[in-house]
Design a protein around this ligand. Structure first.
Ligand code: ADE
Length: 352
């Protein structure tokens, strides 16, 4: 039980297949537990989302898109099932925690270590893009680690993802403000943006945070919440970031960052450009890039799309209401408000 909160009934109690081992973490979407498969003894992470209104189109896309990805740098999807109260997503357990905790604990990473993680992140993201999936929420918190001595990166969250074949082109402003690309911030109703190029921007933000231990477009002197967001948005649009002199970063590293954090998506470096950049190539194990040219077969016994869709629909229909839920699209309204205020103050002119 968490301090000050009533105990919730355990959703796995009495489940024929999975038993809870411990709580892992929780967020606006729901919570994640470590569970054991009683049949095989294997451990899995299970994400619980309350049935009813919380089963949004984002949840459905998350599952459908995650389901088709098989890659060493992506947490493996296993299956979905229902309990009387929750929709449950079973996936590979990444025991090393998330990269946010890791970077905070180390107060920023040395350049070599940042490169090791960044190389893997790009290979994992390149695979998603080749499979037609844009992530739209690349950030340290959505990147987990395994327990190897030199930890391996596992992208874990596809809650805002879109598939280029099965879903419309990205046009809405979703994601986490500190990681949003300028063209995502500036998107308006009816306009679309290239989700792959926007994902690359977010990888640049991640690289900066790994190196510096702080966000590139946030300043400690920004106090008040709304003002903080407005100022951050202005800095993103003007690509106003600096690497503090106390942070040791090579010229090659700064060069790559400056080619990723480019406001005009047409001028931003592509994944191919990153693959060929000198900083990225240093110490890259041979054959890493080629790994993505071999398409992995789906795991044996993978649930069909029809089965997954049926379960999601059932979870939506038979619901238990819960107060206090924050709908993901609110990111959009949140930024709209901040943008309106900025224009009112005349403080921003993108065409400057
Ligand atoms: N938290 C969220 N998803 C997780 C996973 N797959 N492994 C470990 N912790 C997690």
């Amino acid at each position: 039980m968490q301090r000050g909160q009533p105990a919730r009934p355990e959703p796995l109690s009495g489940h024929p297949r999975y038993e809870k081992i411990k709580d892992l973490n929780s967020g606006t979407f729901g919570f994640v537990q470590l569970a054991r498969d009683k049949l095989t003894g294997e451990t899995w992470a299970v994400k619980f989302i309350e049935r009813g209104d919380k089963i949004t189109k984002y949840v459905e896309r998350e599952i459908i898109n995650h389901r088709c990805l098989v890659h060493p740098h992506i947490v493996q999807f296993r299956e979905v099932f229902l309990t009387p109260t929750h929709l449950c997503i079973v996936m590979e357990y990444a025991p090393g925690g998330d990269m946010f905790e890791y970077v905070v604990k180390k107060n920023g990473l040395r350049e070599d270590e940042a490169r090791w993680f960044f190389q893997q992140l790009i290979v994992g993201l390149d695979y998603c893009h080749r499979m037609g999936v844009v992530n739209r929420d690349i950030k340290l918190e959505n990147t987990l680690l395994d327990s190897s001595p030199r930890p391996l990166v596992k992208i874990c969250d596809f809650g805002y993802s879109k598939h280029e074949k099965f879903q419309s082109a990205p046009g809405s402003r979703v994601g986490t403000p500190a990681y949003l690309a300028p063209e995502v911030i500036l998107t308006t109703k009816g306009k679309t943006y290239d989700g792959k190029i926007a994902d690359i921007w977010s990888c640049g933000v991640m690289l900066y945070v790994m190196l510096v231990g702080a966000y590139p477009f946030e300043r400690p002197e920004d106090k008040h919440d709304n003002q903080k967001l407005q100022k951050m948005i202005q800095r993103i649009l003007h690509v106003d970031y600096h690497i503090p002199p106390s942070v040791r970063a090579s010229d090659d590293c700064k060069d790559l960052l400056s080619k990723i954090l480019v406001a005009d998506p047409a001028k931003r470096i592509t994944i191919d450009g990153i693959y060929n950049h000198r900083w990225y190539l240093k110490g890259l194990p041979p054959g890493v890039r080629e790994m993505n040219e071999r398409v992995q077969p789906p795991p044996e016994g993978l649930q069909s799309v029809e089965e997954v869709t049926r379960l999601v629909e059932e979870a939506r229909r038979v619901g238990v209401g819960a107060p206090g839920y924050v709908n993901p699209v609110e990111t959009d309204e949140y930024i709209d408000d901040a943008m309106d205020n900025m224009y009112d103050e005349g403080s921003l002119d993108y065409n400057d």
